[in-house]
Design a protein around this ligand. Structure first.
Ligand SMILES: Nc1ncnc2c1ncn2[C@@H]1O[C@H](COP(=O)(O)OP(=O)(O)O)[C@@H](O)[C@H]1O
Ligand SMILES: [Mg+2]
Length: 323
C-alpha cells in the first residue's frame, strides 16, 4: 500500500506542537489534553473566556509552567528536555509581565538584548529600531514607572522582539489598552508576520481581534479544546445565530406583515421582532422593502452577529450531540 501518511515523520514545518498538554491544579484540570500544531509563519489565536486555560497553555508552551502530562515542542525542540534551544526561538509577552520601573525605556530594551546575548554594537541599533517602530523613541529616557499601561505594553513588545524571535507568544496583549496602542500592536504583529514570516501565538477573549489577526483560531473552554479552524469557518458554523432586529414606530406589526415567510426562529418584542437567519442582510432588505410598500415606518433595523458567548454555547453545545 502506497500510504504516504507517516505518523512518525519529523514535523519540520511545525513551529509549535502541543501534544496532549495537561495541567492540573489540585484535582482540577486547568488544561485538559490539549493538542494542536501551529505551522511556521502562521498567526494562531487561542480564544476563550476568563479561566478557560489560555494562560496556562501559553505558560506550558513557553516553559514557565511544567505540564502535568503531555509535551510541548517549539521548532522541533522539546520545551522540557531541550529548554535552552526552544527558548532561543521565542519571544514572550506574558500576562503578568512588567517592565523594570527604575530603568528607562531604552535601558529596559538594552537589558533584554544583553540577556539574549546580542553583541554590544547590535543592541543599540536594534533597540532604537524597535522603539521607533512602536513610536517610543521620544520617550527613551522616561522611567518604566512613568509609563501608561499602553506604553508599558508597547515597551514589552519591544523587549520581546529584540532577539528577533522566530515564534512570538502574546498573552492578551491588548486587553484594557487604549485605542492607539491596541491598533499599533495589532499592526506591528501583522507586519512582522508578513515581512519576516514570524509565527505568532496570541491568546485573546476578543473575537474581533482573533478575526482580524489570525489565520486560524483554537477555542478553549474549561480546559478543553472545543474547536480549531479559520475565523471564517468558525463564524459560518454559527451562521444560524445571525439575526435581524426590527422596531417599528407603530405597534402590533407581525412578522408576516413584512416578510414572505419567517426563515428561522422569531422572537416578538415591543414594537417589533427579531428573526434568526443565516443571511440577515437579505432579510433586512426584504423587511425594509415590504414595510415601505405598506407605509410602515421603521424606527430601527439591525443585523446582529452572535457574540463570543453565543459562539461558545453553540460550539460546546454541538459537542454534546446536537446539530
Ligand atoms: N497557579 C495556579 N494555581 C491554581 N490554580 C490556577 C493557577 N493558574 C491558573 N489556575 C486556574 O486554572 C484555570 C485556568 O486559568 P488560566 O490559564 O489563567 O485561564 P485564562 O488565561 O484562560 O483566563 C482557572 O480556573 C485558574 O483559576
Ligand atoms: Mg489568562
Amino acid at each position: 500500500m502506497a500510504d504516504t501518511n507517516l505518523p512518525n515523520a519529523p514535523r519540520a514545518q511545525s513551529a509549535i506542537v502541543a501534544e496532549s498538554l495537561t495541567r492540573n491544579f489540585g484535582d482540577r484540570a486547568a488544561v485538559d489534553h490539549v493538542s494542536f500544531e501551529v505551522t511556521q509563519g502562521e498567526v494562531f489565536g487561542f480564544l476563550g473566556p476568563n479561566g478557560a486555560g489560555k494562560s496556562t497553555t501559553a505558560r506550558m508552551l513557553t516553559g514557565f509552567v511544567r505540564p502535568t502530562s503531555g509535551r510541548a515542542l517549539i521548532g522541533g525542540f522539546d520545551v522540557a528536555t531541550q529548554a535552552s534551544a526552544a527558548r532561543r526561538l521565542i519571544g514572550v509577552v506574558a500576562e503578568e509581565a512588567n517592565v523594570y520601573a527604575d530603568l528607562t525605556v531604552l535601558q529596559n530594551v538594552l537589558l533584554m538584548a544583553e540577556l539574549h546575548g546580542l553583541p554590544k554594537l547590535q543592541r543599540l541599533t536594534r533597540a532604537s529600531e524597535l522603539l521607533q517602530t512602536f513610536d517610543m523613541h521620544e520617550r527613551k529616557k522616561q522611567k518604566g514607572r512613568e509609563l501608561s499601561k499602553g506604553l508599558r505594553q508597547r515597551l514589552m513588545l519591544c523587549m520581546a522582539l529584540v532577539s528577533d524571535p522566530k515564534v512570538l507568544f502574546l498573552d492578551e496583549p491588548t486587553t484594557g489598552l487604549d485605542v492607539v496602542s491596541t491598533h499599533m500592536i495589532r499592526e506591528v504583529i501583522q507586519r512582522m508576520n508578513r515581512e519576516r514570516g514570524m509565527t505568532v501565538f496570541i491568546t485573546t477573549h476578543n473575537m474581533e481581534e482573533a478575526d482580524q489577526l489570525c489565520h486560524r483560531v483554537a477555542i478553549i473552554d474549561k480546559g478543553k479544546l472545543a474547536a480549531i479552524d479559520t475565523p471564517a469557518a468558525l463564524r459560518n458554523r454559527v451562521s444560524s445565530m445571525r439575526s435581524v432586529e426590527v422596531r417599528f414606530a407603530q405597534s402590533g406589526i407581525q412578522p408576516q406583515d413584512v416578510m414572505a415567510e419567517p426563515i428561522g426562529k422569531v422572537v416578538i418584542a415591543a414594537n417589533g421582532f427579531k428573526v434568526f437567519a443565516p443571511d440577515p442582510g437579505r432579510v433586512a432588505q426584504e423587511i425594509a422593502t415590504r414595510a415601505s410598500a405598506r407605509h410602515l415606518s421603521i424606527e430601527s433595523l439591525n443585523t446582529l452577529s452572535p457574540s463570543l458567548e453565543e459562539v461558545f454555547m453553540s460550539i460546546t453545545g454541538g459537542a454534546h450531540g446536537s446539530h
